[in-house]
Design a protein around this ligand. Structure first.
Ligand code: ATP
Ligand code: MG
Length: 357
């Protein structure tokens, strides 16, 4: 219901630059996730959009209206947003129902409509049996859902969610993801969501903004980010990946760590490169181009997680159990790589992959 534009946003806390020259637009009705390791600036961005924090420099617009920048600063209560904080806040003296209904009472909504809406939100969050409890009588995950229900019930034009599912177990988290996403679509709310859980980001987002150390690394759809990461950090942060040194030349890449075995390559990079291979993109094949030895295999039920020794390199392969569980450790295997990503080797790999918090 509103588009958000951030223009050259910088936020410094004394010498710490929490957000460094961040420019992006979140479209009307879009679900965007800020994804990145601890300390990369996610919460700081949300708090600036909400108005709890003032940017050091840069501008924020809601549609074409400047809300923050220069002498303009619209206070949080005038921004028409709901936010669920990372350390979610609920009123301890109010029942669950009153907590959820509270944003509506501010808007002076008729009593029966208020009741219907609050009950609907409670049901979505699987809290319908807890309406009369006080938050102190509930678990952390249940309180988190109370905060979420309260944020949703107000039907804001912009919803800011900072790790709203962090206290829930895996099953509940999956069902909540689905409910939030469904409601967001139904109401057409613009959502900025924060998580460091990549699966959650992939499952829920129209687009993901990957951050590292206050700097936006890449903005794109989940498929773009996963399949075409712009740098090794992004490749490494989303999904599993191994990096190998290579020499790109004449339609192939030679892999010195793999006893100079080669991969066919049609891209345009030459010279020193890094080859990024995701474990699900390596397949066992009798006519495989790489040969190695099965060093370890872990049975995980739905898949096998294997390590193959190829020269000096240890290659991780995740594959469906059928193909593998007949193999013995120490056995020779041949492999095909169906997809890989090539990055120029500018000597920054180690530094880039080191996550500073
Ligand atoms: N009020 C503050 N005063 C000083 N430094 C701050 C303040 N708030 C945040 N920072 C610093 O800014 C950086 C970004 O913090 P932020 O809370 O935005 O990270 P985050 O990405 O949300 O991390 P997490 O995933 O751990 O919640 C960190 O280095 C943090 O220590
Ligand atoms: Mg945070």
């Amino acid at each position: 219901m509103v588009a958000v534009k951030l223009k050259n946003i910088v936020k410094a806390f004394e010498e710490v630059v929490a957000v460094n020259d961040f420019s992006e637009e979140i479209h009307d009705g879009e679900f965007v996730t800020l994804l990145g390791p601890s300390g990369c600036g996610k919460t700081t961005i949300l708090r600036m959009v909400a108005g709890f924090e003032k940017p050091t420099s840069g501008e924020i617009y809601f549609d074409d209206q400047l809300i923050s920048g220069g002498k303009t600063f619209l206070p949080p209560e005038k921004r028409g947003i709901s936010m669920v904080f990372q350390n979610y806040a609920v009123w301890p003296h109010m029942t669950v129902f009153d907590n959820v209904a509270y944003p509506l009472t501010i808007h002076r909504i008729p009593k029966d409509e208020l009741k219907t809406k609050a009950e609907h939100a409670l049901k979505l969050m699987h809290l319908e049996n807890y309406a009369d409890r006080l938050p102190g009588q509930m678990s952390g995950g249940q309180q988190q859902r109370v905060a979420l229900a309260g944020a949703l019930v107000a039907e804001p034009k912009l919803l800011l969610l900072d790790e709203p599912l962090s206290n829930l177990d895996a099953k509940l988290r999956e069902s909540m993801r689905f409910e939030i996403k469904r409601l967001q679509k139904e109401l057409g709310i613009t959502v900025i969501y924060v998580t460091h859980d990549q699966t959650e980001a992939m499952a829920m987002s129209d687009r993901i903004f990957v951050m590292n150390r206050g700097i936006l690394q890449q903005a794109g759809t989940p498929a773009e980010i996963y399949n075409s990461p712009v740098n090794p950090f992004v490749a490494d942060f989303l999904g599993k990946v191994d990096f190998f040194k290579g020499e790109a030349e004449n339609g192939r890449i030679v892999l010195p760590e793999m006893g100079s075995q080669t991969l066919a390559y049609t891209g345009d990079k030459t010279g020193h490169v890094y080859v990024a291979i995701r474990p699900e993109n390596i397949k066992l094949a009798e006519d495989g181009i790489l040969s190695g030895t099965l060093e370890q295999q872990y049975y995980l039920g739905d898949v096998d997680d294997c390590r193959i020794r190829i020269g000096d390199a240890l290659v991780r392969v995740i594959t469906d159990g059928y193909a593998w569980h007949t193999l013995q450790e120490g056995q020779s295997v041949r492999l095909n790589v169906r997809e890989f990503i090539v990055f120029e080797d500018d000597g920054s790999l180690e530094e880039m992959l080191r996550i500073k918090t």
